[in-house]
Each structure stands twice: as structure tokens, then as C-alpha cells.
Design a binder for this molecule. Sequence first.
Ligand SMILES: [Fe+2]
Ligand SMILES: [Fe+2]
Length: 395
Amino acid sequence: MTTMDNIVPNLSAPPIEGVADTTTAYQQRYKGFYDQWGELLQTNMDRLQAGSFHLGWMDRDGSHWGTKVKPSSRGLTYMDMNRSKAYGTIPEKSEFRNFAPRGSIRDRYADQLPVIDEYDVLERMHVWSDNLETLYEEAKVRQWNSTTDIPWSELKPVSEDLEMATCQLSTFLTEVEFVAGDFPSRWIYRISPDFFEAKNFLVSQMMDEARHMEVFRKRALAGGGGLLHPSPAFEWALKAILESPTHTQGTFLLNVLGEGLVLSIFRAGEFLSKTHVDKEIFRLCMQDEARHVSYGTMELKSYLDAAPNREAALIDMHAFADIGEQVILTALTDPYILEPLAVLMGDGIKNIDDGMEGVTFLWATIVEEYLQRCDRAGFDRRAKCTIPLEYPWSA
Ligand SMILES: [Fe+2]
Ligand SMILES: [Fe+2]
């Protein structure tokens, strides 16, 4: 007969030579869990050895058996799924820090299921947005491939100053995309699986940002130039994004401020692209960034709407935005970013002054679009904005 003593590894045995310390620590950690895990395992072993069946999985008490979701014209979307009250009710606070899916018969197992300590984003207001499911569905159908969807072989040579400006801008964008992908990755893991729609969307954002990093790296090398200078000033702003204390604050900083800025730059792609290949890169990236900006804006709205004390939440967000807005100022004062923009907008280094007029115009657009997004989220920054409404450039 197999007993628990046979199943449970002997953890009081001296460490085996050659086994890494991390493995030994892992073993010790699981020794602490083995009472619960081992007991469940033992019960199952005993049943098997007695030749009997459990059939508890056929008990539908507490289930939502009989729910039949219907696909819409687009197929079976998350919106269709969540029309079912039983499965589509998103809890305000998640009580489950394990992998038991929302809508399953899970209450009765609460004492037996493990606890994932790292699942500590448990409040809906910190991850949810009303457009989340739609954005996720859109993200899936609009994936593209930087290897084959960009007509690389049609990239025609431009003058050296324009190529340098494009390569410098591509270097900056590559830096930005690293953070844009790493920020969601820091949070996806912490979010309770009850909010899997948010996890799914953030995974799609990571894929988008990986593709952007890839496409700008490729652009820098495909024209015969290469990557140029990183931007120390802007990397401090990127670090501030990555280290935001809450998901809502970081999403505001990354998606509303940072990506909003990038989106405005991509929209100016008409003036920045010297070849149709570059135009295509900006166009495709813009589609993706629009989703991320839209998520950030609506997530902030949903956070403020759901906050138990809206006034307190606003005071806190305003204090945070005072620092956050420096992301925009840092980008557009950094010569490694603004000068390539000016050269591209002016169509050459000799017209850099004309290009600065373009940058001045771009600034006004960036700031106004940012303030509009804040308005949409119910976060009025117009009187409080810490960055100049007019670009600080004297010709
Ligand atoms: Fe991106
Ligand atoms: Fe993005």
C-alpha cells in the first residue's frame, strides 16, 4: 500500500551535493505546503487503490449549468461571453488568489486551493475599463508582422542627414518600446485571474510593443545607417513610468501620457516619413498605439468613477500627474529626440529652423490631445497642467 510517507519526498535528508541552493530553498518552501498538497494526493491515491470512483465533478450544485452563449456576427467574442450574468459579472474585489476560473464551482474549495501571494491586484477599479473586451478583440484581428508586412525591399536611399534623423528617432522609439512592453509585464502576473480580460489585453499590448521594438530596430538597420544615441534624460522618464506605485498610475503615465505622446508623433508621420516604407511603419504602429491610449484613458475613468472617495482619488492623481507630465517635457526638450524630429519635419538639416516650427505645432497638438484625454477620463488637468501650453522655443 502506498502511504503518504512513500509519496512525500524526504526533506529532512541532508542537501545533496550538486543541487543548487535555489532548488534546496524551493524544496524547503514546498515542505511547508505538503500537509495540504500531500493530504489531497493521499486521499486520491487511497481511492484509486480501493478501486472506487469519486464522481464529484458531476455534481452541478452551485454551477451555472445550462448557460449557452451565442456568437455574434464577428464570432464568439468576450462581449458575447460576458452577456451571461453568471459568467460576465466582474467582481469589484476578487476573493480568489488562485487559478479557479471565474464562473466555476469554486466556493466550496476555498480552503483547499493554494494562495498565490503575488496576486495582489484584487480590485477591479485598478485594472478595468469598459472598452477592455472590445480592445482585446480588436488587438487580435489587427496583429501584423514586421518581417513581412513592411515592404523593406522598397526602402529607397534618402540624404544622409535625413537617414541619420530617422535612425536617431528609431533609436529613441526602440528605447520607448522596451518600457511599453515591460510595464504591462510587471503587472500582468500580479492581477487576479478574475480579471483575465485585463490580463489578456495586456498580453496583446506586450505583443504589440515587442513588434514595435522590432520594427524600429529593423528600420534603423535597413536603410544602411544603424542605431545611434540613447537618451539619458528620457530614460529617467522611462524609469519613472516603469516604477509607478499602482497599476492605474502607471497606466496613466505609460498609456495616456507616454503613448499619447508617441501617438501624436506617429500621427505626424506624414511629415516625418521620407519614404512610403516609413509611412507604413508609422501607420501600422499608430493603430496599435491608439488601442493602448484608449485603454489608459478609460481605465483612469473607471478608476475615478469607482473610487470610494473620488475627491481623495483626484487629489492623489493630480499629485502624481505633476511628476508624470515631465515625461512629455523631457522628451521634447531632449536634443536627441526633438532635433531629429525638426530635421525630418524641415526636410533636412539646413531647414532645421523651419522644422522647429513643425515641432512647436506638434507640441501644441500633443499637449491639447493629452488634456482632452484627461477630460474624457473626468480628470481635469487644464488649470493644473505643469508643462507649458506653448512650446518653450525662441527662434
Ligand atoms: Fe509601442
Ligand atoms: Fe503602446
